[in-house]
Design a protein around this ligand. Structure first.
Ligand code: HEM
Length: 508
């Protein structure tokens, strides 16, 4: 058909449609458009769903959005139990959940098909150029530089600053109980704060003021960022003032600006020859060593020893943004047990309970480590990791995740698999000592797997051993359990529904 004829046909069609529509009342046009869109939305849902588990039809447009705002842990359990692959569609987003361990591994290890997305608006909150969103070589290179900040040697330089955080907060726990007349106090917000302070101080040492730590740790501020990163959001809500995503974005920007200021102070201090005591110190030191190396090579020097971590210079803003991704990633996660923990931690300190923690003690903390692994298995801080398919992804022989859909490998089901961990819902550190839990490496998805797996795999158990050891030696506490203590609240991570009522006293 000639072009002229084509134009003729299409303008005739346009004319016909506008003639028909002109004859309709406005409400009929709106209703018909809605019906067409609804049918399209439904059709696309059914097409994408294919053979996997999920409702046969979706609630028009929004899908199960209202349930997603306040996710119930039981709903996740039900969703995982519905099939190895299941789906939901919220607004325009199609989400595939993988509960099967081997499929989860396949997703984690298919960087050619998927990339991490956290949640759809995470790129806006953290910045689209944040390193965790990089792919392939660019990601691997950035990550290699950061990995060197978590070697045993580097980790041991952070211990003194962490010891100070624990001392400070343990006194606050005791004072908090005293101020409440010795009555049980909900401690979850204190725990969030110690966790945040620990991260801020490990990243920035004394460059960050106590006031800034407090502001960042403050529930309101940090909750906003977390709340902004719910799995699904109303489209474009980040641009609507006073919504959670809008407030979260402002908070994230303010924290990153504060971090960039700390990076500047760190560069000045390290340039004056200071010893490294925190993560940015180590990072800046590696930049200085790399720069010196390049200068000496450029000056024609020979046999110059290459630094172990040859990296480029990073701007204060890049450092601030990267530490923000760390802060975001580092959110958290009894009688006979306590007795054994005390014995073991006193013994590695040679009977001196005031002796600060040292890296060499770690290898001798067998029972403490078993308790920590069981804690991470029993209540994994990360229950799933959202990825997005960058192209059609044949995740099983029968099902291909459509391009642009979220594919969410789950960690929790593998960690509560009764075959790998008999009686999975009971907290039993013994399974790591006399049992065979240690050999179930495929099920150990606490830190993910593959190219994006957690950078802090070693750091986390080490800091937990440090904190638990110091706490059992210096504090007594009582858990005032309620009927909701074992009920799980999902808010990015897992919380006890009753916010953990406790009383703390100093151990004499
Ligand atoms: C109990 C504490 C923690 C748990 C359970 C945890 C778990 C995880 C998981 C499941 C992932 C995704 C892995 C994947 O996609 O395969 C991850 C990624 C990551 N984690 Fe952690 N994490 C914890 C603490 C931390 C801390 C303290 C830091 C920083 C100091 C950190 C830094 C990171 C980073 C940077 C990534 C992204 C790595 C990349 O994209 O290459 N995490 N973490």
């Amino acid at each position: 058909m000639s072009q002229a004829a084509q134009y003729g046909t299409s303008s005739q069609m346009d004319g016909l449609i506008s003639y028909v529509i002109r004859g309709w009342p406005g409400w009929q046009v709106i209703l018909t458009s809605l019906l067409v869109l609804m049918t399209y939305d439904q059709f696309m849902y059914i097409k994408r769903k294919g053979s996997i588990a999920g409702p046969s039809f979706k609630i028009p447009f929004m899908g199960p959005f209202l349930q997603a705002i306040h996710p119930k842990f039981d709903s996740y359990l039900a969703q995982w139990a519905s099939g190895p692959l299941s789906c939901v569609s919220v607004f325009h987003k199609f989400v595939v959940l993988a509960s099967d361990r081997d499929i989860a591994h396949k997703v984690f290890k298919s960087p050619g098909y998927v990339k991490p997305c956290l949640v759809p608006i995470a790129t806006d909150i953290m910045g689209p150029n944040a390193w965790v969103f990089l792919q392939g070589r660019a990601h691997a290179e950035f990550r290699r530089g950061l990995t060197r900040l978590f070697t045993n040697k580097a980790l041991s330089t952070y211990l003194p600053i962490q010891e100070k955080v624990y001392s400070d907060y343990f006194s606050r726990f005791v004072a908090g109980t005293q101020a409440n007349g010795g009555k049980p106090t909900k401690f979850m917000s204190f725990f969030r704060e110690i966790n945040c302070a620990l991260s801020c101080r490990t990243f920035f040492g004394d460059y960050i003021s106590q006031d800034a730590v407090k502001r960042i740790a403050d529930d309101c501020i940090f909750y906003l960022v977390t709340a902004a990163l719910e799995l699904v959001n109303v489209p474009l809500s980040m641009y609507i003032p006073f919504t959670k995503p809008w407030a979260g974005k402002r908070t994230a920007d303010a924290v990153q600006a504060e971090f960039a200021k700390c990076a500047a102070a760190c560069k000045a201090n390290m340039a004056s020859g200071a010893e490294p005591t925190c993560i940015v110190d180590q990072w800046v030191l590696h930049m200085m060593e790399s720069k010196k190396y390049h200068e000496r090579i450029a000056a024609g020097e020979e046999n110059v020893t290459k630094p172990t971590n040859l990296i480029r210079e990073f701007t204060n803003e890049e450092i601030g943004q990267t530490m923000f991704t760390f802060l975001f990633a580092s959110q958290d996660a009894s009688s006979n047990v306590l007795h054994r923990l005390r014995d073991e931690n006193l013994s590695v300190r040679g009977g001196d309970r005031n002796r600060p923690f040292e890296l060499t003690m770690y290898d001798f903390l067998t029972y403490t480590n078993a308790v920590i692994k069981e804690l991470l298995r029993h209540r994994p801080p990360v229950i799933f990791v959202p990825y997005v398919a960058t192209k059609p992804f044949p995740v099983t022989p029968d099902y291909t995740v459509p391009k642009g859909a979220m594919i969410v490998p789950s960690c929790y089901p593998a960690l509560h698999d009764p075959v790998a961990y008999p009686n999975p819902d009971s907290f039993d550190p013994e399974r790591w000592i006399t049992g065979d839990a240690e050999s179930k490496t495929e099920n150990w998805l606490v830190f993910g797997a593959g190219a994006h797996d957690c950078l802090a795999r070693k750091y986390v158990p080490l800091t937990m051993a440090h904190m638990v050891g110091k706490a059992v030696l210096e504090l007594d506490w009582e858990h005032h359990a309620t009927e909701r203590s074992e009920e799980i609240r999902v808010f990015a991570t897992l919380f006890p529904m009753d916010e953990c009522p406790l009383t703390f006293t100093e151990r004499r």
